[in-house]
Write a protein that binds this ligand. Sequence first.
Ligand code: BES
Ligand code: MN
Length: 455
Amino acid sequence: MENVISYLKDNLESSLNELKDYISIPSISTLESYNNEMTRCAEFAAAKLKDAGMTRVEIFPTSGHPVVYGEWLGKPGKPTVLIYGHYDVQPVDPLELWKNPPFEPVIDSERIWGRGSDDNKGQHFVHIKSVEAFFKTVGEPPVNVKFILEGEEEIGSTNLPAFIKDYQELLKCDAVLISDTSLYAKGIPTITYGLRGLLYMEVEVTAANRDLHSGSFGGAVANPINELAKIISKLHDKNGKVTIPNFYKNVVALSKLERDNFKRLKLSDKEYAKEVGVKELQGEKGFTTLERLWARPTLDCNGIVGGFIEEGAKTVLPSKALAKISMRLVPNQDPEKLAKEFTKYIKALTPKSVKVDVRTLHYGNAAMVPLGSKALTAGANAVAKAYGKKTVFTREGGSIPIVVDFTKLLKAPVVLMGLGLDSDDIHSPNEHFLLENFEKGQYASAYFLDELSKI
Ligand code: BES
Ligand code: MN
């Protein structure tokens, strides 16, 4: 292993430069105008898998963005690891808040900056490099390796479940390795065992058949923005609970053991509030911050549009208003059922003076990975070795929709080996990735393959 680790160390600079090229491709999956960049990015990733030593590399078209696949199966009799990542990124708005352009990555003494630097190009590139290091030093990796890199994670992995179903044989493996989560804190090796799910809805309220003069018509005709705001304000009660009927119906209560484990992580509300720049935290009554973030469902308005949004003033009674509303879900909540409940409830809250249209954009299930698997222990040992500390086990508030499908369809344990930090500003301007995590992540990845080969 020494050879492998020193190879990774010696090649850190060139790896970083390759990552820079990867980040330079604006692979925004949700904006159709970027479809060519998505293809270009898939081709780039495929080339990197080839360079890393994969003997079969293929780009599979889907009805959305392509799936990139790579494999090296030179170790019959040894376990096979399937490494998952996503090459798509989130949109970059508001652009004016970026210190450097999002797709012109910059490296300083501690970080690499750019959209996708953490989520998820930086995080999965680590594994490509660690696999490469085995070929370049000891001749070959100690286990069989498969890669699957998708281009639709940030839009709910719409086409990936069907792909996994169709290619179950191709994707067959003994463990799935994913780095798309966070360390509990800087320098703390972390394995995540739970993720929240997501249900993303759009609510469009229409009043008059066109924009109207707010003096001539205001007071007599409903204002869709006012009505939408009223609807949104009714989605939580005074205790911070979501009011949608049956929303909490199947939510699993936290066990005493898990609550205690969360407490042992000693999150400081004060520091947390300070870090995000608020005076006080807010959430569902009766739960601690970590419980609210990791084990309780939530509802948030992610965007709202309507009426006059330019500079200055315009007196107008808008015809339409639109809200994008998403819910983070926890295990046992059924996104499809909740989409129906949500739609019914929004309709019930809407007055006759306006029309409402409720649409489902996408959804994904919450995931829990069993703590007992050998693969998970291998993951925990690997990160502990790389960071020189004891591994902590966390749940997280974000979502990786495909985790559940991997578990169900491939029946393989999923190891969530997060290398990001919650402070990396993913989905936000100035996303960055710690060079320390880029480096130690590569070691952790190499140790993991080594540990896995001993199972
Ligand atoms: N890497 C994140 C998920 C994540 C973030 C997990 C932080 C744990 C901590 C992933 O790329 C992501 O952003 N997923 C989306 C999925 C959604 C669009 C279905 C999310 O959570 O919003
Ligand atoms: Mn993301």
